[in-house]
Design a protein around this ligand. Structure first.
Ligand code: NDP
Ligand code: 8X3
Length: 250
């Protein structure tokens, strides 16, 4: 029988590429995001390969999250794989100059949103004593870089929560994995810099990771045999050695 995966943040970047990769392998998909028109386009493209259902909600709103998960059609209700990917950086400022609204966005989306979605789905996994949760962390969850303060804090929190999930869900045989990329060329920097053209310079002068690279790693992670769990994976582009060391040729 086909497995079902729910992907948050499926309208762009890593989430969208993961939808394409898992569809190739005939995994049924529940695709989530706030931009319904994008979800519709992806659904149309992928429904030749697998069964798709879309959910439109903001992960910050726990009532919307609950209602969306409750509305999942019967055929998709048994979720084998949860990919907590929705998230972004908002701003890149020193701690004394940062915007409280940006801080709220990062904590509410990257940390609390991940928790709300997980809370709505984990009980069916504990009941069945099976499942796989993949949290998309970041190299920013492993080291802090200048002006990264709150984004790095949110991703450190994702890694702590991931570890907590792995410990608490261990008796139920549920796999919990963190995939932590370095620089991936997506809409991430456009969101971070709010449309400022400096977003375009982030990935110039070196070959950044592409969303498809992470999608392949996610498929590898979910396709290991039952006794193998990729617990925590860090992946950089070859040109990157740490958050602040990137070999650029400009
Ligand atoms: P994108 O900006 O391309 O995609 C972000 C996705 O998150 C979109 O699908 C967006 O959907 C969704 N999202 C954002 N806010 C919300 C919200 N409030 N409610 C629901 N969905 C939301 O960025 P990436 O693909 O790069 O980012 C995906 C994940 O990867 C994030 O967690 C990010 O922190 C992480 N990451 C990214 C790296 C990079 O260099 N790009 C490196 C390491 C980790 P919509 O707007 O339609 O709701
Ligand atoms: C995204 C990678 O280095 O922009 O998490 O924080 S970085």
């Amino acid at each position: 029988m086909r497995k079902t995966a729910l992907i948050t943040g499926a309208t762009s970047g890593i989430g969208r590429a993961t939808a394409h990769e898992l569809a190739k392998h005939h995994i049924n998909l529940i695709l989530c995001g706030r931009r319904q028109e994008r979800l519709d386009i992806i659904e149309e493209a992928l429904s030749k390969l697998t069964d798709i259902c879309t959910l439109n909600f903001d992960v910050r709103d726990k009532k919307q999250v609950r209602a969306a998960i409750d509305s999942i059609p019967e055929k998709f209700k048994k979720i084998d794989i949860l990919i907590n990917n929705a998230g972004n950086a908002h701003g890149l400022d020193s701690i004394h100059e940062g915007s409280v609204d940006d801080w709220d966005a990062m904590m509410d989306i990257n940390v609390k949103g991940l928790l709300y979605v997980s809370k709505a789905i984990i009980p069916q996994m504990t009941e069945r004593k099976s499942g796989h949760i993949i949290n998309i962390g970041s190299s920013a969850g492993k080291e802090v870089y200048p002006k990264g303060n709150v984004y790095c804090g949110s991703k450190h929190a994702v890694l702590a929560v991931t570890e907590g999930m792995r410990i608490d869900l261990n008796p139920y045989g549920i796999k919990v994995s963190a995939i932590n990329p370095g620089l991936v060329e997506t809409e991430f920097s456009r969101v971070r810099f709010k449309g400022d053209p400096k977003a375009d310079s982030v990935y110039k002068g070196f070959k950044a990771l592409q969303a498809e690279d992470i999608a392949e790693i996610i498929y590898f992670t979910v396709s290991r045999p039952p006794h193998v769990n990729i617990a925590d994976l860090l992946v950089f582009p070859t040109a990157q050695a740490s958050s602040t060391i990137v070999k650029k040729e400009l």
